[in-house]
Design a protein around this ligand. Structure first.
Ligand code: GRG
Length: 291
């Protein structure tokens, strides 16, 4: 997908620029190591595309798009720590605490958490109103904290090795995964001055994409190899993690992914939000699941 690669390049250029190495070099190097590693950049790409299809200038959304990728990278650094998932491999190379050390990885995550909002505040063009900037910042902070990401993570940790209800599993996915997709689309639309109706449609798309993406991630954890994943395969079963495939089996999980993707495509189309990129991301997930 041409647009996706164009956006990805733009995001990478800006991440590289924002994360200029300062003194003390070790902390900046550690932040750069994880943020600039080869990820899909799905979340910042969604922010830019939401801004474009809502009639905005993507330059206004670039700092926020990068701040969302920094938050995502932070959550991966901390998720991989020995006290959490204890993983050695991420994005095809050693996790941050393996490449540096545990203390540096904790600090790199913490530093990203305060640096990312700084990027929104200092680099969003002045053509964006202070009110919009504040709304974007507020949504970023809500997603990063105990209302969303941390809520999902703590319930996930508490649930390991236990039988949990469908509601609890949905709570984990909604907060650990969908929250960042919702944030990405919300910010892009807000920065374009979108109507509440468009924002609501994009939020529905984000919720479906988030859940489909998480179930897909859990399926490939079972069926793909470590080399294909760039992270340790089979980890969920090893630690008895509660996932869709674990609770409902592979077939039902695949059907759920297809159902969520189909519904998300219908929602954006029926509201006139034409985007080959938003539809294309769902197609990629669907096609991979059908193989
Ligand atoms: C925000 C303070 C604070 C803490 C974070 C650790 C934690 C709390 C939350 C964990 C969130 C987490 C790791 C969710 C998993 C989401 C997921 C499916 C990640 C993989 O995303 P991809 O495939 O990765 O987009 P790439 O590497 O391509 O970016």
């Amino acid at each position: 997908m041409e647009d996706l690669n164009k956006y990805k390049e733009l995001v990478n250029e800006h991440l590289d620029k924002f994360l200029e190495v300062n003194y003390p070099e070790r902390i900046w190097e550690s932040m750069r190591y994880s943020v600039l590693a080869d990820g899909k950049r799905l979340r910042p790409v969604l922010t830019l595309e939401a801004c474009r299809i809502c009639g905005g200038d993507i330059k206004n959304a670039l700092p926020t798009a990068c701040a969302i990728e920094m938050l995502h990278a932070q959550s991966l650094i901390h998720d991989d720590l020995p006290c959490m998932d204890d993983d050695d491999l991420r994005r095809g190379r050693p996790t941050n605490h393996k490449a540096f050390d545990e203390a540096t990885a904790v600090l790199a995550g913490d530093a990203l958490l305060s640096f990312a909002p700084e990027v929104i505040i200092r680099h969003t063009p002045d053509s964006v109103s202070a009110e919009t900037k504040l709304e974007v910042l507020d949504s970023w902070l809500v997603a990063a904290g105990a209302h969303k990401l941390i809520a999902g993570q703590i319930v996930d940790i508490e649930s390991e090795g236990k039988q949990i209800s469908k509601e609890t599993l949905d709570f984990i996915h909604k907060n650990k995964t969908s929250a960042l997709f919702e944030l990405s689309l919300f910010c892009g639309a807000k920065l374009a001055g979108a109507t509440q109706e468009k924002i609501d449609v994009l939020q529905k798309y984000a919720q479906n994409l988030g859940l489909a993406f998480q179930i897909y991630d859990d399926i490939i954890d079972i069926i793909a190899t470590t080399e294909e994943l760039g992270k340790t395969a089979g980890k969920d079963q090893q630690v008895e993690k509660q996932t869709y495939p674990a609770l409902y089996g592979l077939e039902e999980s695949k059907n759920k992914v297809i159902e969520l993707c189909t519904e998300a495509k219908e929602v954006i189309l029926s509201h006139g939000l034409e985007s080959s990129l938003l539809a294309g991301i769902l197609d990629i997930i669907e096609n991979r699941i059908k193989k």
